[in-house]
Write a protein that binds this ligand. Structure first.
Ligand code: CA2
Length: 148
């Protein structure tokens, strides 16, 4: 069964506690649970991780091609700042989909640019937690060549 790594960056552990008008009311654990259900239906295995530390995210990205068939990443604020994440992502040989809960293009100008996007095969933003499930749908289609 293809394994998909879902990597979440800084402060996403705070989801559901503040700023519901921007990020919704779901916690990251809620999103993880929904992804597990969707992954099972698609014949995928999903592993969900979150870190506030750039180096740990780099380590996970570096190992992704060896241990997983695809990568979904919401790098949080590091999306807009981190050349280190971009360099790590450019060495990934499996499909990469970038997800943001909010529509970063409707927000402050500093959120309009993402280093992650330069290395992503696809980008989903503004659809809340559903974006992660849609990313799984896209990965299933990419890996099997079949649409649902
Ligand atoms: O929309 C997204 O998914 C973001 O990646 C979320 C990041 C933000 O820096 C990006 O520009 C867009 C922030 C995640 C932290 O979210 C919080 C949630 C609740 C309370 C405080 C922060």
């Amino acid at each position: 069964m293809p394994r998909v790594l879902v990597v979440n960056g800084p402060n996403l552990n705070l989801l559901g506690t503040r700023e519901p008008e921007v990020y919704g009311t779901q916690t990251l654990a809620d999103i993880e649970a929904q992804c597990a259900i969707r992954a099972e239906a698609l014949g995928l295995e999903v592993e969900f991780r979150q870190s506030n530390h750039e180096g740990e995210l780099v380590d996970w990205i570096q190992a992704a091609s060896k241990d997983f068939g695809a990568l979904i990443i919401n790098a949080g604020a590091f999306s807009h700042t981190s050349v280190a994440l971009l360099d790590a992502l450019q060495a990934v040989t499996v499909p990469v989909i970038e997800v943001h809960l909010s529509n970063i293009y409707r927000r402050e100008a500093f959120r309009h640019h993402s280093y992650v996007s330069k290395a992503a095969d696809g980008v989903i933003c503004g659809l809340g937690g559903a974006g992660y499930r849609l990313a799984l749908d896209a990965i299933a289609e990419t890996l099997t060549g079949k649409s649902s």
